[in-house]
Design a protein around this ligand. Structure first.
Ligand code: TXA
Ligand code: MG
Length: 309
């Protein structure tokens, strides 16, 4: 079933495939022409580097010669999984992949199809399979919406996590989180027994280029839900994680504390709001206590970006 896609990848073509976080837009990481096609397909700025996806620990050594001991611990504990690690790159890693940076991002995805594809076609660069400025795709329909029905796509239903991986820079001390995801700050710190930092996009020049580009927000205005806002707007989509749906609007999603479900659905809800021409997406804010949970921290980060952009 995958033969056709492996052939395409080996021929330097671009193929969308599922991972446990979101769908990725894959191409042979060693083939600069193929990598270039990824940027063109997405309309992505050339200085925004790509994550290289691998399927065995040995592959790491093709890309970096400097793996700190603490990074090894993280690889052992969280790979395969939703953790991207940024290492100093070997010179042979194409600049096109790293956006000219001296570092390279690596991830071993925890999805059988992604793993098979990489096993058989080699390491793949894979940004999220959306056109630049759209939310990451969590369903095959999202990929088709952005790139057309005939685009090469390995379909495997809805992705399990629904938000992109945690991005952690391990090329300098202390390690630094550039993007929060399913693997949380506290579990990383507990494992390496050291504090790590978290980069705020607003603080000076971003070290992770992706953080400087505007993020998707639907045509509808995304806002935190206040009692007032709820009353005012009937043409809004309400996303509630604890509060009960107290009014008659039909556009309400309630998650009853199931943050993982909320994470799986967030990007689909954003796309839906656009399809239905809704005026607002109103989201119940999270408490400091709720924000301790990695999934909630990741949700909060993506929602804040959608509000701010
Ligand atoms: O879950 C994910 O990570 C998904 C799936 C497909 O694996 N991929 C993904 O890729 O979200 P993308 O390209 O949409 O986001 C990668 C982020 C960008 O913000 C990029 O700037 C950052 O990682 N990044 C990649 N390489 C980097 C590097 N060498 N230094 C700093 N940031 C880097
Ligand atoms: Mg992306």
């Amino acid at each position: 079933m995958l033969n056709k896609y492996i052939k395409l990848l080996k021929n330097g073509e671009v193929v969308a495939f599922p991972t446990e976080t979101v769908y990725g837009l894959g191409a042979d990481a060693w083939n600069t022409e193929a990598v270039k096609k990824v940027f063109e397909t997405k309309g992505r700025p050339a200085d925004n580097p790509l994550i290289v996806h691998i399927s065995k620990p040995e592959m790491v050594e093709d890309f970096t010669a400097e793996i700190p001991d603490d990074a090894r611990k993280l690889m052992k504990a969280f790979w395969p999984g939703a953790l991207t690690l940024i290492f100093k790159k070997k010179t042979k890693v194409p600049d096109m992949v790293t956006g000219g940076l001296p570092t390279v991002a690596l991830r071993w995805p925890n999805h059988p199809i992604a793993q098979q594809l990489i096993d058989l076609s080699g390491p793949l660069v894979a940004p999220s399979a959306n056109s630049s400025g759209k939310p990451s795709p969590t369903r095959p329909a999202h990929v088709k919406e952005d790139f057309g029905d005939d685009f090469p796509l390995v379909e495997a239903g809805e992705t399990q996590i629904g938000l992109e991986s945690t991005v952690l820079d391990v090329s300098e001390s202390p390690f630094c989180i550039y993007r929060p995801g399913a693997v949380g700050k506290e579990e990383i710190e507990a494992l390496i027994n050291k504090p790590i930092t978290e980069s705020k996009a607003s603080a000076g020049t971003p070290k992770s280029p992706g953080t400087k580009y505007s993020h998707y927000s639907p045509k509808a205005e995304v806002k935190w839900l206040t009692k007032q806002a709820e009353k005012v707007n009937s043409e809004a989509l309400l996303l509630l994680h604890h509060r009960e749906a107290g009014n008659s609007s039909k556009n309400i999603a309630t998650y009853s504390g199931n943050y993982r479900q909320m994470a799986r659905e967030l990007y689909d809800r954003f796309r839906q709001a656009d399809h239905e021409n809704l005026k607002q997406v109103l989201i119940e804010p999270f408490s400091d206590e709720q924000l301790q949970e990695p999934t909630v921290a990741a949700l909060h980060n993506r929602i804040t970006k959608a509000i701010g952009s």
